[in-house]
Design a protein around this ligand. Structure first.
Ligand code: ATP
Ligand code: MG
Length: 796
């Protein structure tokens, strides 16, 4: 099927069309939400293919695997089965694919394990313990964040050591070096390594880089505002900036993004990559899109009113011809249960009246834990729903245990997984025995797996007979399972693991109802494995390397025989265990989005909602301290990021938008009184239809100190002096507020507050400028106070 190039352009506006047909220089499409950036990418690919580009020459990068699958599907609708040979994936999946192919060059074995955040933290904990670091002063979590940041900046342990300026940085560099060595010994990579090692590969092996450059003549990146430095360099290495020695010209690059939707700064994303695109690629062309096709004008106006207040941004003129539509519905609930009941009631009403289906509706919140109340209410009312993300299936203990067995079978050097299952289920290999084996491994410079074998054969002196026997039994069990794995598919191997290790039997014998759920989850995992095997059996077999030969590709028509569809992961067909493990390692929150047709309401965090759209959107929990997140109050950079998140949330809505907040909400087991989110107060009143406002109160209002204004008093602006000071920023000259005075409190302390009177500190959270205390002021209520700024309170 050859699509007509003109037909592909028919549904596009002139700017979109320019972007689709542009050739000859790097292209940046910058535009606000819903202006068709993703659509441009899809149409551009289809247009290229219609013009004779071979699908094998196209690489597109999306933010989630789900988005990748959708894009592939949409292109397939436009050009047919040929779409199969394109590489459409996330950065991480793309890198795994390259690294597995090129493992030899890097001296790796191609069945390396992929460590997620939890695995990587475990390994860091082990390393930090070996280095006798105080886990209070140097928590594994903090070390992990620092190491990840270094990798996102493509800094090696040696470079990190050279740059280290303070004690923490020196310790981080030291742990990073040992951690990296352990990863290599375990034949494993963490998520950041996937990117960093691919960059290294391309930079240090020009022949390999040239091979990919020849192959991928078109590279397209969606959501470019959320790329970090490592990803930026990766893209640059892939496409190249000048011709190679043998004359391969740079590939064509097209990136699309919106600086106002950059919401992953905490993972190192930087809008610099968008802002400096023209400097990075001097010949670049930039195209702006201004028409929004997603939302009503009312929704857009609200989004603009909020994002406008961010400093240092380029203002965009985004317009819609969808008409004003309905006003935004506002609701002030008494508490979070009342809020959930309102949301559920509205959904019910919309569905009953035929105005919407369950599928049309999404409910957003700031943090995952906020989903619980919605779930309770939805279950009680029988509303079908699905939570995206949250405590993810693959993060559950039993699922991780089972996968650890599979990983050890796939990659015996995977130390983190091996140590995870060493005594799970309990088999008499205690912490001491584990430590003895670990020391032996260090001393002999052998893998933990090898050290276990030594122990089983009596070559480790410090072990008693019981421990030695237990280890022998475990080694024999693994050998047995290895044989099973060699002749079974993944599902069968998993069944045998659960059976022969006694893992399932132990759960089944337990009285704990949670263990019954665990058994169900394991059954579900077996089902996932079975479906995986079936899907692979249905897919055409991989044909060797799969790359069309370079000569055939460059500028020439490619013979039909080269038009192969590879298995999604670029692995040989018999390597199903690796492929399965890779699939489950790279699942992201958004990948579990319900299929349309499921007839369910979708619940998710604002972060997960990026790139999506729904006819009806409920943005909930718009309270200062909840959203914007407490962490961001008084931190201008973080507040700007929260504001972009608000912009993302609002612009997901096509026709109807609801914004709600609760006057009180439980946090840390205590009801907290929260003021209206500043974002809520920034939306012009004429766009809103308040269904319920804050009730008048006769008693003095109990408020957090940073929220000195009432919920519906929308005269206060973000920059009002008192407001700023109250939010804990340094403020000179604002009346009534002095410079930062930190008040040191701990649970149990008695205090007296100018306004609330006597109180008892229930708990404290955070440190420095983020320190807060939850204080019970008796009849005046329980209040969460920021302990910065001049708090009108004295410790007794
Ligand atoms: P986001 O910034 O949220 O990622 P986006 O810029 O990628 O948004 P798309 O998701 O591509 O925007 O498009 C938003 C909606 O507008 C989609 O439903 C898309 O099909 C529709 N759309 C885009 N361009 C056009 C057009 N020219 N004609 C009709 N509909 C369009
Ligand atoms: Mg998009």
């Amino acid at each position: 099927r050859e699509p007509d190039p003109e037909a592909l352009l028919a549904g596009l506006n002139p700017q979109q069309r320019d972007a689709v047909v542009h050739t000859g220089s790097p292209l940046l499409v910058v535009a606000g939400a819903g202006s068709g950036k993703t659509r441009v990418l899809t149409h551009r690919i289809a247009y290229l293919l219609a013009g004779g580009v071979h699908p094998g020459q196209v690489m597109a990068i999306t933010f989630t695997n789900k988005a990748a699958a959708e894009m592939k599907e949409r292109v397939a609708e436009l050009v047919g089965r040929r779409a199969g040979a394109m590489w459409v994936s996330t950065f991480h999946s793309m890198c795994v694919r390259v690294l597995r192919r090129e493992a030899k060059v890097l001296g790796l074995s191609s069945n390396f394990s992929i460590y997620d955040a939890d695995d990587s933290r475990r390994l860091i904990t082990m390393v930090a313990r070996e280095q006798d670091l105080d886990s209070k002063r140097y928590p594994a979590r903090t070390l992990a964040v620092h190491i990840s940041n270094l990798k996102n900046e493509l800094l090696t342990p040696e470079e990190a050591a050279e740059r280290a300026g303070d004690d923490m940085e020196r310790k981080v560099a030291q742990v990073y070096a040992a951690y990296q060595r352990r990863l290599v010994e375990s034949n494993s990579m963490d998520f950041d390594d996937l990117i960093m090692r691919t960059v290294e590969l391309l930079q240090n092996h020009p022949a390999v880089a040239e091979h990919y450059r020849r192959r991928f003549r078109h590279v397209l990146v969606d959501e470019y505002q959320d790329t970090n430095h490592a990803q930026y360099v990766l893209v640059r290495e892939l496409v190249g900036t000048e011709a190679t020695e043998s004359g391969v010209e740079p590939a064509e690059l097209c990136v699309v993004g919106d600086a106002d939707q950059s919401i992953y700064a905490f993972r190192g994303a930087t809008i610099r990559n968008i802002e400096e695109f023209e400097r990075d690629y001097p010949a670049a062309r930039t195209i702006l899109l201004e028409q929004n096709y997603r939302s009503t004008q009312t929704i857009l106006s609200a989004a603009n009113a909020v994002i406008r207040r961010n400093p240092n941004r380029r203002d965009k003129r985004l317009w819609s011809d969808a008409g004003d539509g309905d006003p935004i519905v506002g609701y002030v609930a008494d508490n979070e249960h009342d809020e959930a009941a309102f949301v559920a009631g509205e959904i019910d009403r919309l569905v009953d009246s035929g105005e919407a289906t369950f599928n049309d509706v999404a409910v957003f919140y700031r943090t995952n834990n906020q989903s619980r109340v919605f779930e309770e209410v939805f279950i009680r009312l029988g509303l079908p729903y699905r939570v995206v993300g949250g405590v993810r299936f693959y993060e559950r203990r039993e699922v991780r245990d089972a996968l650890a067995y599979l990983r050890v079978l796939d990659n015996p050097d995977d130390t983190v997984s091996l140590r995870r299952i060493l005594n799970v289920p309990k088999r008499g290999i205690g912490d001491r025995a584990e430590a003895v084996v670990a020391v032996h491994a260090e001393q002999e410079r052998i893998s933990f797996a090898q050290a276990l074998r030594d122990a089983a054969e009596g070559r480790v002196s410090l072990l008693n007979t019981r421990a030695r026997n237990a280890i022998s039994g475990f080694v024999a069990l693994l050998d047995e399972l290895h044989e099973v794995a060699a002749k079974s598919d993944v599902a069968e191997t998993l069944e045998q693991v659960l059976e022969r290790t006694g893992y399932r039997a132990e759960l089944e014998a337990s009285d704990d109802p949670q263990d019954a759920t665990r058994v169900e989850n394991l059954t579900e995992l077996v089902t996932v494995a079975r479906e995986f095997t079936e899907a692979r059996a249905g897919a055409p077999a991989t044909r060797g390397e799969g790359d069309p030969s370079a000569e055939a590709v460059v500028g020439a028509a490619v013979p039909a025989a080269e038009d192969d569809e590879e298995t999604a992961l670029g692995l040989p067909a018999d390597d199903s265990l690796s492929a399965f493990l890779e699939r489950v390692s790279l699942v992201a929150d958004a990948d579990s989005l319900p299929e349309s047709g499921d007839g369910v309401v979708t619940l998710m965090t604002l972060h997960t909602a990026k790139g999506l759209e729904f006819p009806v959107v409920f943005c909930t929990g718009w309270e200062d301290g909840v959203f914007p997140h407490m962490r961001a109050l008084g931190e201008p950079a973080e507040l700007a990021e929260e504001r972009r998140l608000a912009y993302v949330g609002i612009t997901r809505a096509r026709q109807r938008l609801y914004l709600s907040r609760a006057l009180t909400r439980s946090a840390w087991g205590q009801p907290m009184t929260n003021p209206a989110s500043r974002f809520l107060t920034e939306i012009p009143e004429e766009l809103m239809d308040w269904r319920r406002v804050e009730p008048e109160r006769s008693a003095p209002q109990v408020r957090s100190t940073w929220g000195s204004r009432g919920g519906l008093d929308r005269t206060g602006s973000d920059s009002a002096q008192a407001g700023v000071a109250a939010r804990g920023m340094r403020s000179t000259g604002a009346k009534g507020w002095k410079d930062t005075v930190a008040l040191k409190l701990s649970a149990g302390d008695k205090v007296t507050h100018d306004k609330y009177g006597l109180g008892t500190v229930l708990s404290t959270e955070g440190e420095g400028p983020r320190a807060t205390a939850t204080i019970d002021f008796g009849s005046a209520g329980t209040v969460r106070l920021m302990l910065i700024g001049s708090v009108p309170m004295t410790k007794l």
